[in-house]
Ligand binder design. Sequence first.
Ligand code: AMP
Ligand code: MG
Length: 426
Amino acid sequence: MSKKSLSVLAHIHSPCDDYDPNSMAVEQAREYIKAFLSPVKETEKISLMSSLGRVLAEAIVAPHNVPNHDNSAMDGYAFNAQDLAKEGVTKLKVTGSIFAGNALDGQVQTGACIKIMTGAAIPSGVDTVIPQERVKINRDVIEIAEPIKQGANVRYAGEDLAQGQIVLPIGHMIKPADLGLIASLGIGEISVYRKLRVSFFSTGDELASIGSALKTGQVYDSNRYTIFGMLSRLGVEVQDLGAIPDDPALLEKTLKQAVENSDVVITSGGVSVGEADFMKHLLQKLGQVLFWKIAMKPGRPIAYGKIGNAHYFGLPGNPVAVMVTFYQFVRQALLTLMGQPSPSVLPILNAICVTPIKKLKGRTEFQRGILFLADNGTWQVKTTGNQSSGVLSSMSQGNCFIVLNDDVGNIDAGAIVQVQLFDGVI
Ligand code: AMP
Ligand code: MG
């Protein structure tokens, strides 16, 4: 891939007019990546019980109404509202009872009522249910002394889902509620996109693997573990290709192996300024990869492109920067590749910041914060302390990013800031 075609690639496909690889705004990089994403197409049929986190390849259409019959929302007495006295107390004879799962043969007569349990089908001849605690009972006669509206406490057929309705669209990711919703339609098998295959490896001469003693200057390879964790939460198929030293031949071999069987390849390290240039040369030789300096902290350098048919993300080596760039760019891209046309963003909300923060304008910062419920009942956030991009404990202690956009400067204690939750989301 020549330099010329790389820049052509950048311009032709860039949705942004002011493409500048050396100063990319966070949103611009996101838009750029989005323009290249081609979701998985292959589908498979799987059982409902194993479909949590999978993405629908076919819409779920209601084969029947849910609920299937008008039914009672309360334990009480079902009667016809026409039988209510215009004034004073109404007396109705209880002529039978009906439980959930049973049907009543025949019809409830005028002037009579039936004892009915929650969920039992409303028999013909009646249209209203009064809860048992709101009637007086005298042997087999109930007395209704208070006003009640026609149709009260009746759940109507199709009020949750109507027959023929699109219940869940193509591209929907199955959540726990959806499992129940699909089950309520009697559907036990669904069509989903196949799992996305993601390979990853770490690069760096300084990396030691767990199990070997650290020599001076070495660090344990932690990035593979955090990447593994974040990928696993997203529900993709992972392939861990290990920690690879900065050796061109080994890196080339590993990259080729990664690409062979994957939709996405993720590496950490080797894309920063001042790093050995192996990785850059190699990526430019094997694919169409662009190198960006993002106006953000941490996570300034990243590489993005295609190697063969695989999407490639070259994340920085610093342990916090790896996680920040994953949350800010890779997560959304993977969800799209998994088949979701417009994946949800991580929740962002406002909170009172109790720590003053020093911040330069012109870049987006993702400081690690701890969001907590203060004694006065408001949600407040404090920083985790040292914000160096090597301090991984900040991600472990924190439960959110304090997102400080380009145009935000220093923050005083007590100011409202945006926080983006990451704990429990991926
Ligand atoms: P690099 O982006 O390769 O220049 O790495 C930046 C910093 O991150 C260096 O201090 C590396 O030692 C550290 N680093 C790179 N890869 C890893 C890794 N897999 N695990 C832990 N630290 C890493
Ligand atoms: Mg390195």
